[in-house]
Design a protein around this ligand. Structure first.
Ligand code: FE2
Length: 229
């Protein structure tokens, strides 16, 4: 993920020093998540994705994940100042919301990067080592699209489908994730497609298969190639 997503911010916390009668004030510097700028205009992905969807998706939905993640991270930082059972319970209780909003921030940041307008890389087929891996694993790009679209269509409720690299084998595959669960641990995200209704409904309504078909016209395979390497 690009460093542009993070920027420094300060958070203050007061500690009572063991050997002092008075509270000791200490300033910590923490990186706060921020909404990344898009590398293209909201309407630049039309007709595959409407400008209205892009604007709402980025400026409202993604922004909410960023703000909610930061709020939860502040609570976590506060809870981590103590190691009492209650404070540890508070830290554990924050994990689902950190996963959801942190995942939402990561997933959308990766998603914006792996899209590009037609004529500016969008839809131009993969090449290099990733292109070879797609050919050997799926038998070509069209087969990969069909397989990924079938996985997307099978998502019940909200979630994502990702083309991933297996960090243990070096191979590639398709995985689906529920809600905003991020691609972590064994797998590295190469290319994600957002299957939440907010990603398509204003334009495609119930015809989500049309969205899954059209989105390939604006996939930026150059970014997926870099992530694969
Ligand atoms: Fe989304």
């Amino acid at each position: 993920m690009s460093q542009a997503i993070l920027r420094p911010s300060t958070a203050r916390a007061a500690f009572r020093a063991v050997s002092h009668a008075k509270p000791l004030s200490t300033t910590f510097v923490r990186n706060k998540a921020t909404l990344p700028d898009l590398p293209y205009d909201y309407a630049a992905l039309e007709p595959a994705i409407s400008g209205q969807i892009m604007e709402l998706h980025h400026s409202k939905h993604h922004n909410t994940y960023v703000n909610s993640f930061n709020a939860a991270a502040e609570k976590l930082a506060t809870a981590q100042q103590l190691n009492t059972p209650e404070a540890i319970a508070d830290q554990i209780a924050l994990q689902p919301i950190l996963n959801f909003h942190g995942g939402g921030h990561i997933n959308h940041s990766l998603f914006w990067e792996n899209l590009a307008p037609k004529g500016k890389g969008g839809g131009e087929p993969p090449s290099g080592e990733l292109g070879k891996a797609i050919d050997s694993t799926f038998g070509g790009l069209e087969n990969l699209k069909k397989a990924m679209n079938a996985k997307l269509a099978g998502i019940q409720g909200s979630g994502w489908a990702w083309l991933v690299k297996d960090n243990e084998t070096g191979g590639i595959g398709i995985k689906t994730y529920a809600n905003q669960d991020p691609v972590v641990s064994q797998f590295k995200p190469l290319l994600g497609i957002d299957a939440w209704e907010h990603a398509y409904y204003l334009q495609y309504q119930n015809r989500k298969a049309e969205y899954f078909s059209a989105v390939w016209d604006v996939v930026n395979w150059r970014v997926a190639e870099k992530r694969f390497g």
